[in-house]
Design a protein around this ligand. Structure first.
Ligand code: SF4
Ligand code: SF4
Length: 431
C-alpha cells in the first residue's frame, strides 16, 4: 500500500531560536542567493500556503515544523485552520515562540496526529527565551486536554540536553523526551554532539521511503527533498508553478531515487542518519529471520503455555462456579440458621415474658397465700379464744349446774321442810 506523504511547512526563512544543532546560517545563505527571483520572499504568505496546499493529494499530512519555528509567521494559525478546514491530517512541532494565547485558543481543539513541544534545555542548545508570557502559555498548553478534558494535547517533548531548570517542574515526569541530534545529512559541521555518516551501496530512506514524499515547502513555494536539506541541495521544483506529482517526477526527484541504488550519484542521503544500507539491512534481516524463528518457537511454547494457562483458568473458573454454588448453599443454610436463631430468640423472649408474667402471678398468689395464712392464724386464734370461752362457759355451766343442783336440793329440803311444816300445821290444827 502506498504510504501517504507529508509536507513540512517552513513558514519563514530565519529562525530566531537559532539552535546550535540547526544549520540556519546555511539555509539563509542558500536562500538569499535567490533574492533576485520574482517569487522571492522570506515569509510565506497565506495565499502561497493556500495555493500549495490545494495541490496536495487527499490525506497528505501537513506538518507545521519545517526549517523555522512555524509561529514566527503571524499567519501560521490561519494556515493551521485552513489545513483543518481542508481535512488534511495535521501535526504541530513548536517552541511556542511567536505563538500568542489567542493563537492557542484558536487551534487548541483541532485534532492533531502530533503536538510536540520543543522546550528549552539546560545547555542552551536551543535559544528559547523563558519569559513570563512564555511560561504562562507553556503551562496552558501542557495541561490542555482536548475532547472535553479527556485527551492530552501534547504528545511529546523535544529537548536537546537536560530540561532547563526554570521549567523542569512544569514538564510532566512521565513525558516522552525526543533528545536526538544529528548533522542534518552532513549540513552541520564541527558540532560536538553529532556524528557524520557515510552510506555506501544500495540504500533506502526510513523517513521518506522510496517515493520521497516527505518534503519541505519554503516560503516562496520551493519544494525541498526533506527536512535534512538546509543547504537546498535537492530542489524538486516550485509548488506554486507545478503540480505536486510532476515535482516527484522531476529530474532532481529521479536523481535522488536513482541515488538510492547508485552510490556514485551525489545525494544528501549518502550522509543521512535516516538512510539504511540494504546489505546491512539484509544482515539485519538474517538476524531478524533467526530471531523470528526463535520467536516462532517461543510463540509455540507461549501458545502451549497459554493453552495450559487457559485450561488452568477454565478449571479454576469451574471450581469458582462450584464454590459459588457451595457458597450459595452455605449462604442459604446460614440464612436458615439465622432465621431459626431469630425464631428461637423470639421464643425465648416470649418465654421470658411468660416467666415474668408467671412471676408476677406467683407473687400475687404468694401474697394471697400469706393473706390466707394470716387469716387462718387469726381464725385459729379466734377458735382458740372461742374454745377457751366454751371451756370457761362449760366451767360456768358446771358451776351453775352445781348451784342449780344445790338449789334443787335446797328446794327439795325446803319442800320437805314445807311439807313437814304443813304436816305439823295440820297436826296442830287437828290438835
Ligand atoms: S531547531 Fe527548530 S527552533 Fe531551533 S533553530 Fe532550527 S527550526 Fe528554529
Ligand atoms: S535519506 Fe535523509 S536525506 Fe535522503 S530523503 Fe531520507 S531523510 Fe532526506
Amino acid at each position: 500500500m502506498k504510504r501517504l506523504g507529508r509536507l513540512e511547512i517552513t513558514t519563514r526563512i530565519g529562525c530566531s531560536c537559532n539552535c546550535k544543532y540547526c544549520p540556519q546560517s546555511l539555509l539563509i545563505e542558500k536562500y538569499l542567493i535567490r533574492k533576485k527571483e520574482n517569487m522571492f520572499k522570506t515569509e510565506m504568505s497565506f495565499d502561497t500556503f493556500k495555493t500549495c496546499i490545494d495541490k496536495l493529494p487527499e490525506g497528505t499530512r501537513i506538518d507545521f515544523s519545517g526549517m523555522a519555528e512555524p509561529w514566527l509567521n503571524s499567519d501560521c494559525t490561519k494556515m493551521v485552520l485552513y489545513a483543518y478546514e481542508k481535512k488534511f491530517p495535521i501535526a504541530i512541532y513548536t517552541t511556542l515562540v511567536g505563538m500568542t494565547e489567542d493563537d492557542f485558543e484558536a487551534i487548541k481543539d483541532i485534532p492533531v496526529e502530533e503536538f510536540v513541544l520543543h522546550i528549552p534545555d539546560n545547555k542552551s542548545n536551543s535559544n528559547i527565551s523563558i519569559t513570563e508570557g512564555y511560561l504562562k502559555l507553556l503551562n496552558k498548553v501542557i495541561h490542555y486536554r482536548q475532547k472535553d478534558g479527556g485527551v492530552e494535547l501534547v504528545t511529546g517533548y523535544s529537548c536537546h540536553a537536560g530540561i532547563h531548570p526554570a521549567i523542569i517542574d512544569t514538564i510532566p515526569q512521565e513525558s516522552i523526551l525526543i533528545t536526538e541530534m544529528n548533522d542534518r545529512a552532513g549540513n552541520l559541521e564541527n558540532y560536538e554532539y553529532v556524528e557524520n555518516k557515510k552510506n555506501i551501496g544500495e540504500i533506502i530512506c526510513v523517513n521518506c521511503e522510496a517515493d520521497i514524499h516527505h518534503n519541505v515547502l519554503l516560503p516562496d513555494g520551493t519544494l525541498l527533498l526533506c527536512c535534512m536539506d538546509y543547504g537546498m541541495k535537492h530542489i524538486l521544483g516550485n509548488l506554486l508553478e507545478q503540480d505536486y506529482e510532476m515535482l516527484h517526477e522531476s529530474v532532481e526527484a529521479k536523481k535522488i531515487i536513482d541515488g538510492f541504488k547508485d552510490d556514485t550519484i551525489d545525494t544528501l542521503c549518502r550522509n543521512c542518519i535516516n538512510a539504511r544500507i540494504i546489505n546491512e539491512l539484509y544482515d539485519d534481516f538474517t538476524v531478524f529471520v533467526d530471531w523470528d524463528k526463535k520467536l516462532v518457537r517461543q510463540n509455540k511454547q507461549n501458545i502451549k503455555e497459554r493453552d495450559d494457562y487457559k485450561n488452568c483458568v477454565e478449571n479454576l473458573q469451574n471450581k469458582i462456579e462450584e464454590m459459588k454454588v457451595e457458597e450459595s448453599k452455605m449462604e442459604q443454610q446460614y440464612n436458615d440458621r439465622i432465621n431459626e436463631l431469630y425464631d428461637y430468640k423470639n421464643w425465648v423472649s416470649n418465654l421470658q415474658n411468660q416467666i415474668e408474667k408467671m412471676k408476677v402471678e406467683e407473687s400475687k398468689m404468694e401474697q394471697q397465700y400469706n393473706d390466707r395464712i394470716n387469716e387462718l392464724n387469726n381464725y385459729q386464734k379466734w377458735v382458740s379464744n372461742l374454745q377457751n370461752q366454751i371451756e370457761e362457759m362449760k366451767a360456768e355451766e358446771s358451776k351453775m349446774e352445781e348451784r342449780f343442783n344445790d338449789r334443787q336440793n335446797e328446794l327439795q329440803d325446803y319442800q320437805k321442810w314445807v311439807s313437814n311444816l304443813q304436816n305439823q300445821i295440820e297436826k296442830m290444827k287437828i290438835e
